[in-house]
Ligand binder design. Structure first.
Ligand code: UD1
Ligand code: PEP
Length: 428
């Protein structure tokens, strides 16, 4: 087990290339189950969530071959193998095996998913969708059993706008008989990316990117090659890091429109952001104005950038208020930032950051992926050395984060943890 160490205060300069989107990758891989021949996905990020999903595809009989950032999945020998335990619990997106296996085999047994602890993360809307399509769904000892004699298209209104439910229902509906309409669907770019793959496989999908998606089921889907979109959350994290500790940083391989809400907030703070076709240039000023942020579904400010943005706010004059309307309990970074001398309190469900404060290096723990990103941003700004444990969470979603930041000029490195440190971490 490793920890990340950062000697703060060194300016960031140069160019960083963004990897393929984690939240697309984790849906594109299970989507390949639906094809009858090989699917190649190009530009996948080298992160542990991708490794775990590749292992799960192999567990159900798929042949997975990897070359650099490209993966080919041959589903020819896949079977409806139950996956009640084990690796499905390591990540959130294993829930996509439900929709994909239901669509392909008419049945699936999948353990309830893991992923970041952000407060309650129910999957009732996924289940409601599967049931509307004609599946019987039961929860037996923490595993979801799904079975359908025949999937039939249906009209499904999502009670909450959910990325996972929208994609999962889409995965099952592309093979259902007749027409499915998903109303109040989520509109995130990753949903469009998954629909693009499915369409290239032969699915008939209209309306992705709006809140009504229409799907006409088809009897079979074929393999194809698909290039993943860049990771808007990774791009946003580097943009925040560049604002916090950069002189001039170019973020390469980004679709600026995907993070307009963040760019607007950075500009409001006084950071210069120049956008090109696939690049962003970030140049912070000497001082930062405080801003308030409220996370919303896309195209609103993404919850996945709320935690790293909170670290940046510690540098701003006066008071900024952060409200997460998607995951109100996504607060595990707060105590750790306080350990680093941030002046932060939680009041009425919002986080109130008073600044500017000079952060100080400390021993801190990343208890989820974006809390880890927040602590890295804080460590880059802090005096002295910050030691971050819980690196497994960070490696679920950021490809080569220490290498990429080192190339920008950060002093950041990994060390193996001692047995004593591992025990302390497990008990904390
Ligand atoms: C693998 C993946 O893509 N993860 C992303 C995905 O998670 P995930 O797909 O799990 O998040 P959702 O969009 O489903 O969740 C949005 C909100 O709806 C609620 N909800 C969701 C489903 C449901 O059946 N019932 C229900 O009540 C959730 O508790 C949450 O409050 O979108 C989140 C919101 O943008 C991001 O933070 C995650 O990074
Ligand atoms: C919450 C996240 O991931 P997951 O849904 O996979 O836990 C995230 O990417 O910030």
């Amino acid at each position: 087990m490793q920890k990340i160490l950062i000697e703060g205060g060194h300016p960031l300069n140069g160019k960083v290339r963004i990897s393929g989107a984690k939240n697309s990758a984790v849906a594109l891989l299970p989507a390949a189950i639906l094809a009858d021949s090989a699917v190649t996905i190009e530009g996948l990020p080298n992160i542990s969530d991708v490794e775990t999903l590749s292992d799960l595809l192999e567990e159900i009989g798929g042949t997975v071959s990897r070359q650099d950032n490209n993966i080919t999945i041959d589903p020819a020998n896949m079977v409806a193998m139950p996956l009640p335990n084990g690796k499905v619990k390591k990540l959130r997106a294993s829930y996509y095996f439900m929709g994909a296996m239901l669509g392909k085999f008419g049945k699936a047994v999948i353990g309830l998913p893991g992923g970041c602890f952000l407060g309650p993360r129910p999957i009732d809307q996924h289940i409601k969708g599967f049931e509307a399509l004609g599946a019987t769904v039961t929860n037996e000892q923490g595993a979801i059993y799904l079975r359908a004699e025949e999937l039939r298209g249906a009209r499904i209104y999502l009670d909450v706008v959910s990325v996972g439910a929208t994609i999962n229902i889409m995965l099952a509906a592309v093979r259902a008989k007749g027409k499915t309409v998903i109303e109040n669907a989520a509109k995130e770019p990753e949903i469009i990316d998954v629909a693009t793959l499915l369409s290239n496989m032969g699915a008939k999908i209209k309306g992705v990117g709006t809140d009504v998606i229409r799907i006409e089921g088809v009897p079979s889907l074929e393999g194809c090659t698909h290039t993943i979109i860049p990771d808007r959350i990774e791009a946003g994290t580097y943009a925040i890091a560049a604002a916090a500790q950069g002189e001039e940083v170019i973020i390469d391989n980004v679709i600026p429109q995907h993070i307009e809400s963040l760019i607007a907030k950075l500009r409001e703070m006084g950071v210069t952001v120049e956008d090109g076709d696939e690049q962003l240039l970030i140049r912070p000023g000497k001082t930062f104005k405080s801003v308030d942020i409220k996370t919303l579904v896309y195209p609103g400010f993404p919850t996945d950038l709320q935690q790293p943005f909170t670290s940046l706010l510690t540098k701003a004059e006066q008071t900024g208020v952060v409200t997460d309307t998607i995951y109100s309990a996504r607060l595990k970074h707060i105590d750790e930032l306080r350990r680093m001398n941030a002046i932060i309190k939680v009041e009425g469900g919002s986080v109130i950051v008073s600044g500017p404060s000079q952060l100080e290096g400390a021993k801190v723990k990343a208890s989820d992926l974006r809390a880890g990103a927040a602590l890295i941003v804080a460590g880059l700004m802090a005096n002295g050395v910050t030691e971050i444990t819980g690196v497994d969470h960070i490696d679920r979603g950021y490809e080569q984060i220490t290498e990429k930041l080192s190339e920008l000029g950060a002093r950041i490195w990994r060390e193996e943890m001692t047995d004593e440190e591992i025990i302390q971490l497990q008990n904390s």
